[in-house]
Design a protein around this ligand. Structure first.
Ligand code: ZN
Length: 281
């Protein structure tokens, strides 16, 4: 199964290199107004609501309530944030990060990171990179992914303890994202996932096997409509590949522990993607 991990890493690396390059469209814009900040967060909320409309998932409904109750819009400042209201117990800050924040440390590092969004339990900050146009559905998928980290590990204990606990949490969260996309896409998306998982299965079982070069992005666009940026392309493909890999592990991996296999895929993926994982103790 080593092969699966390596190829997965390669694919994801290719995927995220596009995300890194994206977001230059607003490079010239140096400041954004408070009204624009509010509008950006509202767009993410519309995305989350779109996921709820298309999945009728109770957990997404809970996430909407959680944001309403405890999400506080915040503006990044050098090594600090300015929340728009006093932070109470259970609250977390939501920062719609743009190129205007690129010169601020540590926000510039987050802006340049390959991740589309992030949640830090230790500082209670959820960051949403907001320069790239994205369909409402996939905006919602990205937001809901981070909110799942927030509900699962609000203080960031698992994310900060060991590489394995970090990667196990990612498996749970990606499994949740996969479920939502599958609910939204129905049988048509399931067919694509099955096809890709089968290709992975064949690839695992044949040492000389190659993965066919299929334009899965077009297949996904037939279900969810046009992707609006290269960053969204990569989010769509990454979610599809992770979903297909998990399905392939569930279907074809017969020796050893399936969850551990998924965990090691996540570890390789995140490390290759430039994330620094906690050191093993
Ligand atoms: Zn995650």
């Amino acid at each position: 199964m080593k092969k699966i991990v390596l190829l997965a890493v390669l694919l994801i690396l290719t995927a995220f290199s596009f995300v890194i390059c994206a977001g230059n469209a607003r490079e010239q814009q140096k400041t954004i107004t408070p009204q624009e900040q509010v509008a950006l967060v509202n767009d993410w909320l519309k995305g989350l609501n779109e996921v709820y409309i298309r999945t009728d998932d109770k957990e997404v409904s809970d996430q909407l309530s959680e944001v309403e109750k405890h999400g506080v819009l915040a503006v990044p400042k050098q090594k600090a944030i300015i929340p728009q209201r006093k932070m109470e117990t259970g609250d977390f800050a939501i920062i719609p990060l743009t190129v205007a924040d690129k010169h601020l440390l540590p926000w510039g590092n987050l802006y340049s990171s390959p991740n589309a969004a992030s949640y830090s339990g230790s500082s209670k900050v959820l960051v949403l990179k907001s320069d790239n146009p994205m369909s409402l559905l996939y905006k919602g998928i990205v937001f809901s992914h981070e909110l799942k980290h927030h509900s699962l590990d609000p203080d960031g204990v698992l994310m900060n303890t060991t590489a394995m606990s970090f990667c196990r949490e990612e498996v749970v969260v990606h499994t949740f994202s996969n479920k939502l996309i599958l609910k939204a896409g129905g049988d048509a998306y399931k067919e694509i996932l099955n096809r890709r998982a089968k290709e992975w299965g064949t690839y695992f079982s044949d040492v000389n096997g190659k993965l066919p070069d299929v334009d899965y992005l077009s297949d996904v666009e037939k279900i969810f409509g046009k992707s609006l940026s290269s960053a969204e392309d990569e989010i769509r493909i990454t979610n599809l590949e992770v979903g297909a890999l998990y399905l392939a592990v569930d279907t074809y991996y017969t020796v050893g522990d399936k969850e551990e296999q998924k965990t090691s895929i996540m570890c390789e993926m995140y490390k290759a993607n430039g994330n620094v994982l906690p050191e093993e103790k």
